[in-house]
Design a protein. Structure first.
Length: 287
């Protein structure tokens, strides 16, 4: 008609192959990927799957781990295993919430910066640089100190300095993809606006954001646990894993299970998240 290729003649993107995805990820990393939704479901259902009420005395104090109480009991006689399961909810779900908020804000800012270019891009990048060069942990401590301790305030403090990394990823991917031949072909075919963004740019941006987010879960878990360890999370008797470890440190040589087992669960959550992150990176970069 006018010599321009129709957008309908552009090659369709292949369908996602889960079997190939897990093959590229590796078997050990696939365990981490599958474990992420399992831990998430367990965290969501924590109140209903704990064998005992985490807040009530159920046995004598300082019982060591046994068949009746897998993680033993604490100084009051509460079941430590039940408290750790509920503690996973207070650690895992906030980490996912911080990731989700940071992804939403960061990717939006990055898209605006990458699509606009020019002075808008320059101003946004200088603002992002200001957030990145300031030590994030110090910013989080300052925010929590001003807002007061609490889980929500801790999450806000961590999210404030985490979103700029996703903004940088999103902006760089948009600028890279804008110069790719398939995007140029789509523009020549008359594709503009939201359709160009959603069909030809975002499919290239999302994998990079997913890789970054999957690798960040462990870091956010450690940061939230550190804030809880310092007493900046929920007040006692809330079973936050970091706070449980901190409150029991003086019992380390006598009742070792009180600080060691909550800390071990933090380690396992971080290990699971790191395995999943490595698997997602290997699978998506090999796609």
């Amino acid at each position: 008609m006018n010599g321009r290729p129709s957008s309908d003649t552009l090659p369709a993107r292949p369908r996602f192959n889960w079997r190939e995805f897990f093959r590229r990820a590796g078997w050990l990393e696939s365990v981490g990927i599958v474990g992420l939704p399992v831990v998430t479901v367990a965290a969501l259902l924590a109140q209903w799957i704990t064998p005992f009420d985490p807040q009530l005395r159920v046995a004598a104090a300082y019982l060591p781990p046994s068949a009746a109480h897998w993680f033993g009991t604490d100084e009051i006689g509460r079941d430590l295993f039940s408290r750790v399961i509920l503690g996973i909810q207070y650690t895992w779900l906030p980490a996912l919430a911080v990731i989700g908020f940071s992804l939403a804000v960061g990717s939006l800012v990055g898209l605006i910066s990458g699509l606009a270019g020019g002075k808008v891009d320059l101003v946004i990048q200088r603002i992002i640089d200001l957030f990145i060069v300031v030590p994030g942990t110090l910013v989080a401590l300052a925010v929590v100190a001003s807002l007061g301790p609490g889980l929500v305030n801790t999450m806000i403090a961590v999210a404030i300095f985490w979103w700029p990394w996703y903004a940088r990823i999103s902006r760089d991917e948009i600028r890279r993809l804008k110069a790719r031949p398939h995007v140029e072909a789509a523009r020549i075919a008359g594709v503009r606006g939201p359709r160009l963004l959603l069909r030809y740019l975002m499919p290239g941006v999302v994998p990079a954001l997913l890789i970054g987010a999957s690798l960040d879960v462990a870091s956010i878990i450690m940061t939230l646990s550190l804030m809880s360890f310092l007493g900046l999370g929920l007040p006692a008797p809330a079973p936050e894993l970091g706070a449980m470890t901190a409150r029991s440190l003086d019992s380390l040589t006598v009742h070792w299970w009180l600080p060691i087992l909550p800390a071990a669960v933090i380690f396992l959550l971080c290990l699971l998240a790191n395995l999943a992150g490595d698997g997602v990176r290997a699978a998506l970069r090999g796609a």
